[in-house]
Design a protein around this ligand. Sequence first.
Ligand SMILES: [Zn+2]
Ligand SMILES: [Zn+2]
Length: 396
Amino acid sequence: MDSARTIGPDLVALRRELHRIPEIGNDLPLTQQAVLRALDGLDLEVTTGNGLSSVVALLRGGAAGPDSPVVLLRGDMDGLPVTEEVSVDYASEHPGVMHACGHDLHVAALVGAARLLHERRAELAGDVVLMFQPGEEGPGGAQPMIAEGLLDAAGRPVDAAYALHVASSEYRFGQWFARPGPIFAAADEVRVRVLGKGGHGSSPHRAKDPIPVACEIVLALQAMVTRGFDVFDPVVVTVGRIAGGTKENIIPDTAELDATVRSLSAASRAKVQADIERLATGIAAAHGLEVTVDHRLGYPVTVNDEREYARAVGAVTDLFGSDRFTLMPEPELGSEDMSFVLDRVPGAYLLVSACPDADFDAAPDNHSPRAAFDDAVLPDAAAWLAEVAIRRLAGR
Ligand SMILES: [Zn+2]
Ligand SMILES: [Zn+2]
């Protein structure tokens, strides 16, 4: 913590530099340059992505052998298409783009962890892979980084992975929170197109009207969720868009529904996809119509491994005190690109409040144009990342 406090001003300066220049998606050239500058001078093996602006920095432990563990620490780097309404002197200089999810703090914290681990690298009995990823808010940077060799960056497979996320509300500043098992949902999309046969509104018997069939499918999806799924392994199906037709007296050829589908286990995720397809197909068939069902899969369920979660929480309570951690009563139905890493490697994902407002419950949430994050949290965030890596490498 002393070391972390010492580098705190540098981390705050880096965070504010990044906050001015938010970029979106998988192409973050300015952010990537800032990360490379911040890591310059450290004894790291740095590689950059081919198909995206990622940075992978490998820290070799001085006490590592051929069988020593490899730990991955991740920070996401991308901003959001939001027009900033926070008045700070380091506000976004990119119109319509804002670090509204606090990923600028994640980058600074990970750079801080790199520096803290670097100071202690002679003692480390293993290697640390630092994952600076673009595209968390979409289209996804973790999968392409994995495809480019992220998890073998050390020449040995990664054994454990950790990440944190800052929150702009909900908990008081400096409070950490998480839960074992599923912490974020899988978030998928589905589009159902009902294929009918258009005609004159006065003569529906001479057409195949897709509109009432689409309506029936919307209602049946609600019954499907309540009757077909365990309430303790919940799914959410929300039809957020329904479209079809142009005028009251024309029966259209087609109607379509778009839904977001959230789930908290791989089993219910697979089941909800299959059930939507069966139900839409069956209802359309009952009326002599057909459907097409297109699933667009998003991020999978984010799962905290029980042992790694315990290690990660232990690092929080030992560093900051047991009152600084809250067990989340239930998962959140948002989703996280880190899930692709945690699908392959046991690990833990914790949240920490950076809410600058004493009235944290009323403060604007992440993604709001008014979301504000207090970068005084950075020394703690960097220290936690470094500490959990040190513990894992030491087998503690
Ligand atoms: Zn976000
Ligand atoms: Zn985020």
